[in-house]
Write a protein that binds this ligand. Structure first.
Ligand SMILES: [Mg+2]
Length: 428
């Protein structure tokens, strides 16, 4: 089976109308997908991948993918599978494109979409959900597909193999038993910053009834209002449920240290992205000032090298990898392996478009063959799930294990036709 074409579509949903996704810095999100379709000479097999953006700039990701096509068009899929590690290095270290990266920003988001589509195609050919394909392949073969460039001072392939092989010893003899896993999640859906107090309270009550026990809310526009909202939510959820806050990078290091003093009274499980996502030493200063609190970050950590420093320096307590910001499985698994080595819990970022569908696979891979930590939790923020053929399913506050072949982000044809930013009926 040969790859014949790679198609990209700029898909945008007008979510800013409902204040969906609003936080301290992103006040008008139109949830968007850079949507990639890898076509083959067999009509039954296409690879679907995406990255998530919030509107303007989605076109730039689409454009970047045009430059990656040459690495797979005309190639046999089994050849792509064998050379996946090499293709990843070629794309992310492209001799000219690297100047507008390297391995960060638009080109890296684009690489995420491109490789997400390749992993989708490969796992579909094996007729397995992506998580299962990864668990089933030989460790050595898997490691050859991943990138350890610039991180072997912290984790070597040999150490990675030891971690995975040791974890694999605990797998059940019948792997199908894992299909009944429910992976615990927390919800962000009640606490968007643009929501009124009444809307937020109604959503918290509704989500409590649905069985959620962990709630995250957005803070960061005004500390007095943050205190007011935290008080409202804490009163509603009681002292046994967990509350987290996310200020989406808006504070300086010093402001964070000061505001944590005022928010501590609400027993916050973690403070997410308090300050600039590149500030490895700043995060550490916050932790040194408040040794009793926990920091979480990762959705905007741009590559595995920055993750390496955050984890090794103990600048974060919870590692929030994003499925579409760093460049797919090839880069995500090495970060999970570093986290495992340092016994750092991983709580993947989700929401947006397709992120929940992606993390349901990453959670299982991490749980079953990578992590040494025993905290299992993942974000869930229901948004636009109605546009997916097979959206992530939640039961009793946890992700139901996906069993369909592939990596789960196929958007319905009708939604593509309506919300394509270039020629969709909605935008026309
Ligand atoms: Mg966040």
């Amino acid at each position: 089976m040969k790859v014949t074409n790679v198609k990209t579509q700029d898909i945008r949903f007008p979510t800013s109308k409902d204040n969906l996704g609003t936080d301290a810095v992103h006040v008008d999100c139109d949830y968007s997908a850079t949507y990639v379709t890898i076509e083959t000479d067999n009509d039954n097999f296409t690879g679907i991948g995406s990255t998530f953006t919030i509107g303007k700039g989605n076109d730039l990701c689409c454009k970047s993918i045009e430059y990656f096509k040459e690495f797979i068009i005309g190639k046999e899929v089994d050849e792509i599978e064998k050379e996946l590690g090499l293709i990843w290095e070629k794309v992310t270290n492209h001799s000219q494109l690297r100047w507008v990266g390297p391995q960060k920003g638009v080109t890296h988001l684009a690489a995420a979409a491109f490789f997400n589509a390749i992993w989708d195609l490969i796992s579909k050919i094996y007729k397995k959900p992506l998580w299962r394909y990864i668990i089933d392949i030989e460790t050595e073969q898997l490691l050859d597909m991943l990138s350890f460039s610039y991180i072997d001072d912290v984790i070597t392939k040999k150490e990675a193999a030891e971690i995975i092989d040791k974890k694999k010893q605990n797998l059940p003899s019948n792997i199908d038993e894992l299909n009944s896993t429910i992976f615990p999640a927390y919800t962000t859906a009640a606490g968007w910053l643009g929501y009124s107090d009444d809307k937020m309270k109604d959503l918290v009550k509704e989500n409590l009834q649905k069985g959620w026990t962990h709630f995250k809310m957005k803070v960061g526009q005004d500390i007095e209002r943050d205190i007011h909202r935290c008080k409202l939510v804490r009163e509603l959820i009681g002292k046994d449920n967990k509350l987290m806050v996310d200020s989406n990078q808006v504070w300086s290091v010093n402001e964070t240290i000061e505001y944590i003093n005022q928010l501590k009274q609400f027993d916050i499980m973690f403070y997410e992205e308090p300050t600039n996502p590149d500030d490895i030493l700043g995060f550490r200063k916050i932790k040194d000032a408040h040794p009793d609190i926990k920091l979480a970050t990762g959705e905007m950590i741009q590559n595995k090298v920055i993750f390496k420093q955050f984890i090794e320096n103990k600048s974060l307590d919870y590692c929030q990898i994003d499925s579409c910001r760093i460049a797919s499985i090839n880069e995500i698994l090495p970060v999970l392996l570093i986290a495992s080595k340092f016994n750092t819990p991983v709580i993947p970022h989700a929401g947006g478009i397709g992120l929940c569908e992606y993390v349901q696979h990453l959670n299982l891979i991490n749980k079953f063959i990578i992590t040494n930590n025993d905290l299992f939790l993942s974000e869930y923020a229901e948004s636009c799930s109605e546009h997916f053929d097979n959206p992530a399913i939640i039961k009793n506050g946890g992700y139901v294990t996906p069993t369909n072949p592939g990596y789960s982000v196929k958007i319905k044809d009708s939604s593509l036709a309506e919300f394509d930013y270039n020629n969709g009926t909605y935008w026309n």
